[in-house]
Design a protein around this ligand. Structure first.
Ligand SMILES: [Zn+2]
Length: 290
């Protein structure tokens, strides 16, 4: 039988799928949402405007009214202790409508503030209002941002080609949420790259639209599947980068992994574990069973 080789990235442990969430603005409902994430073993990323912490406002969206109050600076370390914190700009302007110098300030100042908080480099981001253009993307790169989430819902499960315009699968109020969740869970991943379900939103919407029960039921459905890797945005970024930086011998029979992360690949329907710093021979004898 003719077999032409195609190599596919798998997630840690050889898993075919990953699930992540990304929530914006640092409002006081994040704590309740983070407790739900912990209850269901789900990991995620919270995008904060460090220049607006401690502010209070009322948000009106159509018939929905909700308290738009943000955590105080001194509360952040406890609330976000077990999740990834990422940049959402200092004061939440529309970056696509600002000069590059102001974009650089909004991104760098927020990044620097958050780094003081977490004690390590912060390189993730979500665009305020989801807006960007080529110039904004260039400025992010120069500021040391490596990925940034948009608000363009793909309704798909592909990994991003370009992490600085990382399009999510859907918002939690998307009418296709349940259907997409069911499709994601039902399909076995074979002969294709690993799949990612990327959910985003704002926790104040759970309060304003009375959707706490809905989101808990959805998280419960997505939780504790052994073929799903639950990871933050940055964990996914770093893993995919490690996968994209594997070094191949000319005939492809040797794969070297120079990164600090172990990588798993599916080749000819076999899954290979390629440990950090090692070179693996690609033949059936070194494959692990699926
Ligand atoms: Zn926002």
């Amino acid at each position: 039988m003719l077999r032409l080789r195609r190599d596919y990235l798998r997630f840690p442990g050889g898993r075919g799928k990953a699930f992540t969430v990304s929530y914006d603005d640092g409002v006081i409902y994040d704590g309740r949402f983070i407790n739900l994430l912990k209850k269901y073993g789900i990991r995620g990323t919270f995008n904060l405007n460090s220049g607006l912490m401690g502010t209070k406002d009322l948000l009106v969206q159509g018939d929905m009214e909700v308290n738009h109050e943000k955590y105080k600076w001194e509360e952040l370390r406890d609330v976000y202790a077990d999740v990834e914190i990422a940049v959402h700009s200092l004061t939440h302007p529309d970056l696509a409508r600002m000069p590059a110098a102001s974009v650089a300030y909004e991104v760098s100042a927020d990044k620097a503030n958050l780094e003081t908080l977490v004690g390590e480099p912060v390189q993730g981001m979500a665009y305020p209002f989801g807006t960007y253009n080529d110039e904004v993307v260039q400025v992010l790169k120069q500021c040391g941002i490596v990925y940034s989430r948009t608000t363009k819902n793909t309704h798909e499960f592909g990994l991003p080609e370009e992490f600085l315009t990382w399009h999510p699968t859907c918002h939690h109020r998307d009418e296709r949420l349940e259907e997409l969740g069911d499709t994601f869970l039902a399909n076995e991943v074979i002969n294709r790259d690993a799949r990612l379900f990327y959910l985003w939103g704002h926790s104040y919407e759970f309060e304003g639209y009375e959707q706490w029960d809905m989101i808990e039921a959805f998280l419960k459905k997505m939780a504790f599947h052994k073929d799903i890797w639950y990871a933050t945005n940055m964990e996914i970024y770093e893993y995919v980068q490690a996968g994209r930086h594997l070094i191949y011998s000319s005939n492809g029979n040797l794969i070297k992994n120079p990164s600090r992360l172990d990588v798993w690949m599916e080749i000819d329907e076999q899954v290979y574990h390629i440990p950090s710093g090692e070179t693996v021979v690609i033949d059936a004898a070194t494959a692990m069973s699926l």
